[in-house]
Design a protein around this ligand. Structure first.
Ligand code: 2IT
Length: 448
């Protein structure tokens, strides 16, 4: 229950209309918590129906994706693209290929993406898409045929100034290449309507590293501002062994931290003296699960098969970088008990809402993904910019811009949180700061 009747009305409607969309309901609830601080003082939000409109995607595509597997058998998946909000720019957001993909998960991701993209300061609206397709264990040919079929349907609705997809879980450089190839063929244009492309056809330097590096740049600002410290000697846990986690680990080490534990879906590995991050960065999960490959080389590493147990490893800073809902209330209690004082999300919504509340109530400084993992989409925005200008920036130029953007997102979130009386509440700061720009644009553009 909110103090504001307006917020109660919005939340009740969302819960009633989309009762089965748990992830989406959670994301809206978390966001409306922060709106409590501004809806009473600015009645235009209600007058212009801003929140009513914000919680409904502008457009949703759902379509059949038929393809033929290597045995000649016809397979069918469901594809989606959510064009959530275009108030401040073309729809922008990744594609997720994972068996768990459904409307609820993609709506939650696209909703969050709207505010994340706003925080980057670049002109990008919110979108997300994907399919309930599992790329794991598929041959290259199967992946290509799936991507081509997916794009044969979706290409109509994309464009460099309309909707620009990218990668997410299960979608990396290979999948982006196949999708972009088909898009280009069908659309007869080559303007870079995808980010995370290969370097030989318009990709941006630092895009592969951007989410992980950006997370570390963000936490570096947190350490400096709240603790007057830096990463040197800090014990860090990083969950997930995907692209975000690996590059987060690389940058953590570079900044002087000790990465004491990492995990994948099959379990966790830990070494209080620090894992071999360079070896981890070199692992390719095409060769099997990364924890297993690590244990094959370093059999004496502490390990376990339940990924949740990673949160029992004592640390200063925890960086959940796997997927949604990986830190629950019990995990949060473990972290607090062991002295962890900072949690920053590299994945989208990895921390359940009650866990966030517990962490914050116990003095842990928490950074929400829409702020701390915005580095990926920020460099996607820079890729769009380079494509539009038909040029490409150096690694150093892009990395510097990424640093500046992450610094600025932290500053905006921190200053906004401070303005509303709670400088440690970065969720509040990020939600309001991200919202205000979208709100201003929606108000200016009339009821559309
Ligand atoms: O969650 C995210 O921000 C992403 N998957 C990246 C989106 C993008 O367009 O680069």
């Amino acid at each position: 229950m909110y103090k504001s009747e307006y917020l109660n009305k919005i939340m009740n409607e969302v819960k009633l209309k989309y009762a089965e969309q748990k992830e989406f309901i959670n994301a809206v609830e978390e966001f409306l918590d922060s709106m409590e601080f501004i809806v009473e003082e600015d009645k235009d939000i209600e007058r212009y129906g801003i929140l009513e409109r914000l919680v409904v995607p502008e457009r949703v595509f759902q379509f059949r994706v038929p393809w033929v597997d290597d045995n000649g058998k016809v397979q069918v998946n469901t594809g989606y693209r959510i064009q959530f909000n275009s108030a401040i720019g073309p729809y922008k957001g990744g594609m997720r290929f994972h068996p768990s993909v459904n409307l609820s998960i993609l709506k939650f991701l696209a909703f969050e993406q709207t505010f994340k993209n706003s925080l980057t300061g670049l002109p990008m609206g919110g979108g997300k898409g994907g399919a309930d397709f599992d790329p794991r264990g598929k041959s290259d040919g199967e992946i290509m045929r799936f991507c081509q079929s997916f794009m044969a349907e979706l290409y109509h609705f994309l464009g460099p100034d309309t909707d620009v997809p990218a990668g997410d879980l299960g979608v990396g450089a290979r999948e982006v290449g196949y999708m972009y190839g088909m898009y280009k063929k069908l659309k007869h244009e080559n303007t870079g309507t995808f980010t995370g492309k290969g370097m030989s056809f318009g990709g941006s330097k630092v895009r592969p590293e951007a989410t992980g590096y950006g997370l570390l740049y963000f936490v570096d600002e947190m350490l400096a501002t709240y603790k007057n410290e830096n990463f040197v000697g800090k014990k860090v846990i990083i969950s997930g062994l995907g692209k975000v986690a690996k590059y987060a680990a690389v940058k953590a080490k570079e900044l002087g931290a000790v990465v004491v534990a990492m995990s994948d879906t099959t379990g966790w590995i830990s070494n209080p003296e620090g894992l071999n991050v360079d070896f981890i960065a070199s692992l390719d999960d095409k060769n099997g699960k990364c924890t297993k490959q690590y244990l094959d080389k370093y059999p004496n590493t502490f390990h376990g098969s339940n990924p949740h147990e990673i949160w029992k490893v004592p640390c200063d800073i925890a960086l959940p970088c796997a997927t949604q809902n990986e830190i629950n209330l019990d995990d949060a209690k473990q972290l607090v008990k062991n002295g962890c004082y900072m949690v920053a999300e590299g994945a989208n919504m990895p921390t359940e809402l009650e866990a966030v509340h517990y962490l914050e109530a116990n003095g842990v400084i928490f950074a929400p993904g829409k702020a701390s993992n915005a580095g990926g989409v920020a460099v996607s925005g820079l890729e769009m910019c380079q494509n539009a200008m038909h040029l490409s920036w150096t690694y150093e130029e892009v990395d510097q811009k990424l640093k500046d953007i992450m610094k600025n997102i932290f500053k905006m979130s921190y200053e906004t949180a401070s303005k509303y009386g709670n400088p440690q509440n970065l969720s509040l700061g990020a939600n309001i700061a991200g919202f205000l720009k979208v709100y201003d644009a929606m108000k200016a553009q009339g009821i559309v």
